[in-house]
Ligand binder design. Structure first.
Ligand code: GLP
Length: 242
């Protein structure tokens, strides 16, 4: 794993934005794997700035998102489909017909997950952007006894419900389940880019870098990826002695 040290969240966002911009510039019809949560919001703002400055063209870009809450429609203001429109897609010249996110309202989860994996296999992601949960989760791959390769429905960890309740009116409103791309879906990307900031991620960052590859710390699997870059700020790196 390659580590890029950033000063703070703003610096993480600029550096990650530059990396993604270089992929889009080199390959205008690239496939971007995209993430939600607060970590990538600044990165998306940087991409929007570059688009507005005429430096980036998203017209041929395709995207495939990591995850979606079970039970939320794409118009629910806490759905990840809504998040992506609000934080990126509505602000750049991307064709939203080329933007893929699992449906939170499917009545056939098995088919939805199987089809999503077929799509990932066909697209072959050029760069997968990731955040990381405080417990080391990536996408919604929660700590578990095994790494689950394919897209699947997951029961969210209590700590994830706690962490994500800030986006909802109350804890009770946080969905208890989500569909997430599995570990294969993430690892098949040609490049992986993680953005991570803040003290509450420091323990997970340390475990991801220095611990064993362990499904109890899902992000530790990234040690096996041939082209994985972590852009982290000083607080997130505060427990790492590298
Ligand atoms: C959610 C998302 C993850 C994200 C995580 C961290 O659980 N499913 O993809 O990495 O939140 O969120 P934040 O960046 O807000 O700390």
């Amino acid at each position: 794993m390659k580590l890029i040290r950033a000063k703070d969240y703003a610096d993480v966002s600029v550096k990650a934005g530059n990396i993604i911009a270089s992929v889009v510039t080199l390959k205008p019809d690239c496939v971007l794997g995209l993430a939600t949560g607060s970590s990538p919001v600044g990165t998306y703002k940087e991409l929007i700035k570059k688009y507005e400055a005429g430096e980036l063209d998203f017209s041929q870009v395709k995207t495939v998102n990591l995850d979606e809450y079970v039970g939320l429609s794409k118009d629910h203001d806490q759905s990840y489909a809504y998040f992506m429109r609000n934080n990126l897609f509505d602000h750049v010249n991307i064709d939203q017909a080329n933007c893929n996110i699992p449906s939170g309202l499917t009545d056939d989860p098995e088919a939805e997950c199987g089809n999503y994996d077929k799509l990932i296999g066909q697209l072959h992601t050029d760069l997968q952007l990731l955040g990381m949960g405080p417990n080391g989760h990536i996408g919604f791959n929660e700590p578990d006894e095994v790494f689950i390769p394919g897209t699947h429905c997951v029961k969210l960890a209590e700590s994830t419900i706690d962490a994500n309740q800030r986006f909802f009116a109350s804890r009770d409103d946080v969905p208890r389940q989500a569909y997430t791309m599995g570990i294969w879906g993430i690892m098949q990307a040609k490049k992986v880019l993680m953005v991570v900031n803040g003290k509450n991620k420091a323990q997970a960052v340390k475990a991801m870098f220095t611990g064993p590859i362990d499904p109890k710390v899902p992000a530790s699997i990234l040690q096996l990826h041939p082209d994985c870059t972590i852009v982290a700020d000083e607080e997130a790196l505060s427990l790492l002695d590298l």
